[in-house]
Design a protein around this ligand. Structure first.
Ligand code: 2NE
Length: 272
């Protein structure tokens, strides 16, 4: 795969596979094990927004630079009172917005875990649709040890994935788990040697790209509807509306309004 830059950022790389519908977002702060600061998250939000709008992109890979870490969570060096402090001195927890954005992106996001996925970095892979891990990857939460917690997706979605007993163990004890252990608890989809990690993730992306984008979109929305209450249902409902707008039946309603006449829905079937 030849990766071509899409846009320049400070803390991340945003690239696409030449001639393919695959984008890749790489957290590029290896000196701090790819911990995120507010700027890192803002840049990821911008890149994911671009990936959503670009109709030629069908799958997004999320990874970290180097072979040590996927992401080690919030940058503890800029953690101040009330959150992670940006250049203007404003405390932020904008990673929670990023988590929601990944969940509601109507295209699959694959976490490509190339090392430690720890703390808020672990939650990032949890909110991705699929996870491919290198054999040396390590997974875990640290919140209760470092004075933090993620009681949103970080706890509840993890509980849906590995079960409540295991999720509570992960959060209450703050242990670290190998890629093999993560595979056994259903936390990751596949474990491969580091040298084959990207190739494997690209292969998974290609297999997804061969499938119906609308079917994939609805399936992602269905999983969110199951876990995310009304917000998940809203996504599914929005997708249904998108399909409905494409029908002659919906167009008849709009055209009748614009033509100032009574709509005639009589020719549209009422399926059993
Ligand atoms: C990730 C881990 C286990 C890696 O260990 P190791 O031994 O491979 O590396 P080391 O020496 O700990 O780290 C290398 C350099 O990266 C920095 C370190 O301070 C060190 O820098 P120097 O001392 O050499 O200058 N570094 C690593 N992680 C960092 C971080 N998160 N922030 C700032 N600098 C970091 C090990 O490094 C580790 O356990 N890291 C901390 C993991 C952690 O507790 N993360 C925060 C969890 S809370 C959170 O993310 C969160 C949340 O709970 C709720 C909402 C939002 C965020």
């Amino acid at each position: 795969v030849k990766w071509v830059p899409i846009k320049q950022y400070t803390d991340i790389l945003y690239e696409r596979a030449e001639g393919e519908g695959i984008a890749k977002i790489t957290i590029n702060r290896p000196e701090v094990r790819n911990a995120f600061r507010p700027l890192t998250v803002m840049e990821m939000i911008d890149a994911f927004a671009h990936a959503r709008e670009d109709g030629s992109i069908g799958v997004v890979l999320l990874t970290g630079a180097g072979d040590k870490a996927f992401c080690s969570g919030g940058d503890q060096k800029v953690r101040g009172e009330g959150g992670y402090v940006d250049d203007q001195g404003i405390p932020r927890l904008n990673v929670l917005d990023l988590q929601k954005q990944i969940r509601y992106l109507p295209k699959p996001v694959i976490a490509v875990v190339n090392g430690y996925a720890i703390g808020g970095g672990h939650v990032l892979h949890v909110v991705c649709d699929l996870t491919i891990a290198a054999e040396h990857a390590i997974f875990g939460q640290t919140g209760p040890r470092v004075g933090s917690f993620d009681a949103g997706y970080g706890a509840t979605l993890l509980g849906r994935i590995v079960g409540h007993k295991k999720a509570k163990e992960i959060w209450f004890l703050c242990r670290q788990y190998t890629a093999q252990e993560a595979l056994e608890m259903g936390l990751v989809n596949a474990v491969v040697p580091y040298e084959r990690l990207e190739e494997e993730a690209v292969q998974w992306a290609r297999e997804i790209l061969e499938k119906s984008p609308t079917a994939i979109r609805f399936l992602k929305a269905a999983f969110n509807a199951d876990t995310d209450g009304l917000a998940g249902l809203q996504q599914l409902a929005g997708d249904a509306t998108l399909l409905y707008y494409l029908t002659d039946e919906a167009k008849e309603g709009k055209n009748a309004f614009l033509e100032k006449r009574k709509p005639d829905f009589s020719k549209f079937p009422r399926f059993p």
